[in-house]
Design a protein around this ligand. Structure first.
Ligand code: 2DT
Ligand code: MG
Length: 216
């Protein structure tokens, strides 16, 4: 209708354990959306190219040690460094497909014993995803996909505990916004289900509404 607000882009987040196929699915989804005439861009967290990302990278590659709270806040600050860009893209009608977000932030810190509410706090007000696609895979299946590297957290025992934290997080997310997909399947099979879910969001009423704010 005349005067109607242009529909915005969707904010789609992929979460899951290491080697669950997130990066592959992000790239595939962006390409498929673009092929269908839907403007879409990829994002990822941690974004190691940003100022805070350099410190995060030294922490993850075990070149630097940091207090658990300090690194938690850096991961959150890394998202805040990018938040306005994401918001601008969404409001211009571009869909943003993101590899990890605040859910990883909470999961990886909460398993160290930091409280759930403390972990959530710094991310309050960030752009809220319209859909979180959680790629479900067992830590052993993930490991058999080529093994973990030398980064911090790339150990089966850590992944096992993170999996438990993710499960709890999924239960706390608004109904319908957290979708678990079986990831121990072929790339195309997973990808078809991903595209179907995302198209539902793009066609839904949410794209006429403002981008939500996380945890509010
Ligand atoms: P990649 O392997 O995806 O580069 O992630 N992490 C990530 C956190 O501990 N907190 C966060 O907020 C985010 C986004 C998960 C590198 C590692 O960083 C962890 C794995
Ligand atoms: Mg990794």
């Amino acid at each position: 209708a005349a005067g109607a607000r242009q529909r915005r882009g969707a904010f789609i987040v992929f979460e899951g354990l290491d080697r669950s196929g997130k990066s592959t699915q992000v790239a595939r989804l962006v390409q498929q959306l673009n092929e269908r005439g839907v403007k879409a861009v990829a994002a990822r967290f941690p974004d190691r190219t940003l100022t805070t990302g350099k410190m995060i990278d030294s922490y993850l590659s075990q070149k630097a040690d940091l207090d658990d709270r300090a690194i938690h806040l850096l991961f959150s600050a890394n998202r805040w460094e990018r938040a306005n860009q994401i918001l601008e893209d969404l409001n211009r009608g571009t869909t943003v497909v993101c590899d990890r977000y605040a859910f990883s932030g909470i999961a990886f810190s909460a398993i160290k014993g930091l409280s759930w509410s403390w972990c959530r706090a710094p991310d309050i007000g960030l752009p809220a995803p319209d859909l979180v696609l959680f790629l479900r895979i067992s830590p052993s299946a993930a490991q058999s996909r080529g093994g973990f590297g030398d980064e911090r957290y790339e150990k089966t025992e850590v992944q096992q505990r993170v999996k438990g934290a993710f499960k709890r997080l999924g239960e706390s997310v608004e109904e319908g916004k957290w979708v678990e997909l079986e990831a121990d399947r072929g790339v195309d099979e997973v990808g078809q289900e991903v595209l179907r879910r995302v198209e539902e969001v793009l066609q839904g009423a949410g794209m006429d509404k403002e981008v939500g704010k996380l945890w509010t």
